[in-house]
Design a binder for this molecule. Structure first.
Ligand code: SF4
Length: 451
């Protein structure tokens, strides 16, 4: 029996049955777009990936943020971690001269250009209660980094501690994403620039590397002159990007690195050129291990002069290299000792020492703020927990880390330059605070080492 071969079954399609799959597809596409929008923390309409947690207003952080904390370090009243701590956002629009300046520093330092200024005005003009300074003064121009737009100076170099300005310690800015946004610094020394040099003269030491650029060169040379720095201290393998470019720029530059961060395991970035630095520490003395530190007589830090020669703590060098293993086997710190000065009334002032710690020891804003050894990223947390208390043997009141925030203990008791004069009571107070805050970092390291 023959049937009509192509006779359709059921009723003929209507406009509704044709459109429903299309409608469904449309809805699915919209749902997908919304989900992606939430995942990447951007609204569908504002451009450039503005994160949803930013407060309303022209200054914002976008979804390129790598959570390096440089912005909140330079501009703590404007930038902050978001509530789950995975990135930074603008939580208050800058509204004072100080906040504008600090925000410009954050903009200039951000290693991935994640901080943006919106061209579109939000809110009402002249509404000072909402975005006070911003709209009355053309926010975009005021925040521009380039001085030609607003006549302001370039945000860098800037002093690490205004209380400590005679001790010559500067932020360079120009943080580099390949060094995970680490802070580069510039610090002076009157140590002899070479072992053969007879006279002492002022030289400059760069601590960790800024991104190589003409702007960074201009910043550095505004302090050092065209000869640039004499030394480059590479605190550990993570923060070494562009070291060869800086060496090519300044042929007399002596790079300092510790051999503990060499080899296939610890030189994890695979940069074999680090083996060829001019001063390789650890070749003249053994690398400290946990078992060394359990031996009481070994419980002291290994120190070197700036040319890499092992020294004792009772030397009179104004800068000292310190082996501070734990975060990595070859982690080193640089101590800039206190500087004495005479005031107009002939009294003696002592400007505090600064310890550049790389990733060994820092201040973090996580969990309401505390000192930390970055336990999530360290190599030997138990060793690091033994090294940190030994830092109290060194004469410093300011921690200048590779990541996180500077911790300035002069600010815990003093606010003006003149009141930084060291008295016995102030010194004891500061030492107590330093010691107390270390406990948090040590406990945290030991806690993570057990997990
Ligand atoms: S400075 Fe660092 S934390 Fe701040 S926005 Fe840029 S990448 Fe994010």
């Amino acid at each position: 029996m023959a049937f009509a071969a192509h006779a359709p079954e059921g009723p003929p399609p209507t406009i509704t049955t044709v459109l429903s799959p299309l409608l469904l597809l449309l809805l699915l596409a919209l749902a997908l777009a919304l989900s992606l929008d939430v995942i990447f923390r951007r609204t569908l309409f504002p451009a450039r990936g503005r994160l949803l947690d930013n407060v309303e207003g022209p200054l914002y952080v976008n979804n390129k943020c790598i959570n390096c904390a440089a912005c909140s370090s330079f501009s703590p009243s404007v930038f902050s971690r978001n509530t789950d701590g995975n990135y930074h956002v603008v939580y208050k629009q800058p509204s004072s001269e100080k906040e504008i300046e600090e925000s410009r520093a954050a903009l200039a330092a951000c290693p991935v250009a994640a901080i943006r200024v919106d061209h579109i005005k939000h809110g009402k003009d002249n509404d000072e209660s909402t975005y006070a300074y911003a709209y009355a003064h053309d926010h975009q121009n005021e925040l521009a980094i380039n001085p030609k737009f607003n006549g302001r100076p370039h945000p860098f170099p800037r002093l690490v501690s205004p209380n400590n300005f005679p001790n010559d310690v500067y932020y360079i800015g120009h943080h580099y994403s390949k060094s995970f946004g680490a802070f580069p610094y510039l610090v002076s020394s009157t140590t002899s620039p070479s072992e053969s040099a007879k006279s002492m003269s002022k030289s400059w030491i760069m601590v960790d590397t800024p991104k190589y650029s003409q702007s960074a060169i201009d910043t550095i040379e505004s302090i050092t002159g065209s000869n640039g720095p004499s030394y480059l201290v590479l605190t550990h393998v993570d923060d070494t990007a562009d070291h060869n470019k800086w060496k090519n720029k300044y042929p007399n530059l002596k790079r300092i690195f510790h051999s503990g961060d060499l080899g296939p395991v610890y030189n994890w970035i695979g940069d074999d050129s680090l083996e060829d630095v001019e001063i390789l520490l650890g070749m003249k003395s053994p690398v400290v291990s946990v078992s060394d530190l359990y031996e009481k007589q070994q419980q002291r830090l290994q120190l070197f002069d700036i040319n890499g020669n092992p020294i004792e703590n009772d030397n009179d060098n104004d800068v000292v290299l310190v082996h501070t293993p734990g975060h990595s086997p070859g982690s080193i710190s640089l101590l800039k000792r206190p500087k004495k000065s005479i005031s107009n009334d002939n009294s003696e002032y002592e400007y505090p020492g600064v310890l550049f710690t790389g990733d060994t020891y820092s201040y973090t804003t996580r969990d309401d703020g505390h000192m930390t050894g970055f336990p999530r990223y360290g190599n030997d947390l138990r060793l690091q927990s033994k090294i940190i208390p030994l830092l109290l043997d060194l004469d410093w009141l300011i921690i200048a880390p590779g990541h996180g925030h500077v911790r300035d203990y002069t600010a815990t008791t003093t606010t003006t330059m003149t009141s930084t004069m060291t008295s016995t009571a102030t010194a004891k107070h500061n030492n107590d605070v330093r010691e107390k805050e270390m406990v948090d970092a040590i406990d945290e390291l030991l806690h993570y080492s057990q997990n």
